[in-house]
Write a protein that binds this ligand. Structure first.
Ligand code: SAM
Length: 216
């Protein structure tokens, strides 16, 4: 797939827009400069890929707004080689940004055709990303504990199982709301075996997290 100067130009403009909106983490901004978002977009709409907006990717799902991707990625506060679980692979765009940050990523997606398409797009990151098909509302205990868990769909409550799968010092970033399409962003930090710090970071709109500990 091509990444032409016109795409790069639009991407740089988008990233500077994100900086103006308050994204400060340089590593996150640099990683987003390197990922061609139009590759993760439906083919006929590539020209819309560098607007700061979510967009439908089929199966009633969306690729998240770039600002939201940057905001959540900044909140999980990862380093090279951090072990990260993403719940909701979707288009694969957020996963690519995390791989560019050098993390070891496990990404789980409920909708099989979306996962298959993401797998095709993420093939160059196969050493960094393990893709899993299934219900991530209970996390993925096989590879736990994680330095960070990022949930890219809106949950009705904070699943206890996700908190248990954090390392001490680990962070869970999750949008939570009592309505299916409106949430507040939470960051839960595991300070000890039994103590968790809870912070809130404003309102967002995500598609619902489905599954056992999500909306059924
Ligand atoms: N990170 C994605 C991206 O960069 O495109 C955003 C994807 S979209 C906002 C949320 C995704 O979460 C959808 O693809 C949806 O199918 C998935 N999802 C919802 N509930 C899930 C669950 N219980 N387990 C795994 N994936 C889930």
């Amino acid at each position: 797939m091509l990444d032409l100067p016109v795409h790069k130009g639009r991407r740089l403009k988008l990233i500077s827009e994100l900086e103006h909106k308050g994204i400060q983490n340089k590593a996150v901004l640099e990683a987003m400069k390197r990922v061609p978002r139009h590759w993760y977009f439906p083919k006929d709409f590539e020209n819309l890929a560098y607007r700061d907006a979510a967009f439908p990717i089929g199966h009633d799902q969306t690729i998240s707004q770039p600002y939201t991707v940057a905001f959540q990625t900044q909140l999980i506060d990862v380093e090279v080689d951090s072990k990260v679980l993403e719940i909701g692979t979707g288009s694969g765009y957020q996963a690519a940004v995390l791989a560019e940050l050098g993390v070891q990523l496990y990404s789980i997606e409920y909708v099989k055709p979306l996962l298959q398409e993401a797998a095709r797009l993420l093939v160059s990151y196969r050493d960094k990303i393990k893709l899993i098909h299934g219900d991530g509302s209970k996390g993925y205990s096989k590879y736990a504990p994680y330095d960070a868990i990022i949930v890219t769909a809106g949950a009705p409550t904070i699943p206890q199982e996700l908190m248990k799968q954090l390392k001490i010092g680990g962070r869970l970033v999750i949008p939570v709301g009592t309505e299916r399409n409106s949430q507040e962003m939470f960051r839960i930090t595991r300070n000890s075996e039994t103590h968790f710090k809870r912070e809130k970071f404003g309102d967002f709109k995500f598609v619902p997290l489905v599954g056992k500990d999500g909306w059924l």
